[in-house]
Design a protein around this ligand. Structure first.
Ligand SMILES: NC(=O)c1ccc[n+]([C@@H]2O[C@H](COP(=O)([O-])OP(=O)(O)OC[C@H]3O[C@@H](n4cnc5c(N)ncnc54)[C@H](OP(=O)(O)O)[C@@H]3O)[C@@H](O)[C@H]2O)c1
Length: 313
């Protein structure tokens, strides 16, 4: 990927896509296209055909998708299955017909690994066990997307590559307390508690541990892979460190300078104790990769006026 390469970001207005956009601009890439879904709808093959036929991008980040947290997934399993399957299949088929030369980078997700894994989770665990019931539709679709990239590479020579990001958070996240992800949900709960002077009750014991990768660090790794990696083998993108939910809560209290009363609802389940990705493959490819701490990522969010407005309305 050169500074004047034509770069297409599908999903370029979402959490990860907007971070890729910002990182590319920071590094002086000028020729970036990031159409909204109402301009280029990936559920409609003609729509992506027209774009690839006219633009023939050199590099294509495929980070569009229907994305949500546990409840969002659980309530709409069929939608998550259908939309995430069709979007990647339409793109690959269209690339085959209209833009064979584009290099594609597609994102799976660490949450599509099987339910039970030795820790940390290596790439070899992909499709090696029973899936989590709550996001089966999403996991099957995203897993199929990865296999599809591998098969279109093998049969048609399309340079389609896949990365597996862990839990993300950052600017332009979806702060939906009911249907969104755990980290943005926690951030919103603490900001609301600070604004309204209320207590917070969190589920379970607070002992389970989770990774949290700032979206721009994920974008940095994806851009590096786009420039330096071409292989059917998937690559985890994580942090290499994790925090317990209690630790996340303590960091939020400290960074937001609040002294609220935190309650733990022990009648609610803890979920899986640990879910941490093994990033040794990424570190072999990109030894300088060094994601920021949760403290640092959080401060980018809470010191951004526009983002605070988005979160609190
Ligand atoms: N968030 C995480 O924690 C996480 C973790 C691991 C992996 N990932 C992966 O990273 C990728 C991006 O996730 P994200 O969190 O950035 O999602 P997001 O913020 O919800 O953004 C999704 C993007 O997809 C676009 N999109 C949705 N339906 C579309 C359609 N029919 N046609 C074209 N574009 C469509 C949306 O475009 P408009 O805004 O224009 O409608 C939006 O920009 C996904 O592949 C996801 O699986 C995310």
């Amino acid at each position: 990927m050169e500074k004047d390469s034509k770069i297409l970001i599908l999903g370029g207005n979402g959490l990860l896509g907007s971070a890729i956009n910002r990182e590319l601009k920071k590094h002086n890439y000028q020729n970036i296209l990031s159409p909204r879904s109402k301009e280029v709808n990936l559920l409609n093959k003609n729509s992506i055909d027209n774009l690839l036929k006219s633009e023939k991008p050199d590099n294509l980040f495929m980070v569009a998708g229907l994305v949500g947290g546990i409840m969002g997934n659980k309530k709409r399993q069929a939608d998550f299955l259908y939309q995430n399957s069709i979007m990647i299949l339409n793109l690959l088929e269209s690339a085959k017909e209209n833009s064979l030369g584009s290099k594609i980078l597609y994102t799976g997700s660490s949450c599509i690994y099987p339910k039970i894994n030795p820790q940390p989770i290596k790439e070899e665990r992909f499709m090696k066990g029973e899936l989590e019931e709550t996001n089966k539709g999403y996991a099957v679709a995203k897993g199929m997307g990865i296999v599809a990239c591998q098969l279109y590479r093998e049969q048609y020579g399309i340079d389609a590559n896949c990365a597996m990001p862990t839990n993300l958070y950052g600017l332009k996240d979806t702060y939906d307390l009911e249907n969104g992800h755990m980290i943005p949900g926690l951030i919103k709960k603490f900001l609301l508690a600070k604004r309204d002077g209320t207590d917070i009750t969190l589920w379970g014991t607070g002992n389970p541990r989770r990774e949290a990768l700032y979206s721009e660090d994920c974008a940095d790794a994806l851009i590096y892979l786009m420039k330096n990696y071409s292989s059917p083998e998937i690559v985890n993108i994580g942090t290499g460190f994790d925090y317990s939910i209690k630790e996340f809560a303590e960091i939020l209290k400290k960074e937001l300078k609040i002294n609220i009363n935190l309650k733990w609802d022990l009648s609610k389940p803890d979920g899986t104790f640990e879910k941490r990705t093994d990033i040794s493959r990424l570190k072999n490819i990109y030894p300088e990769f060094s994601p920021r701490s949760f403290e640092k990522g959080l401060s980018e969010i809470i010191n951004n006026k526009d983002e605070l407005k988005r979160i609190l309305g």
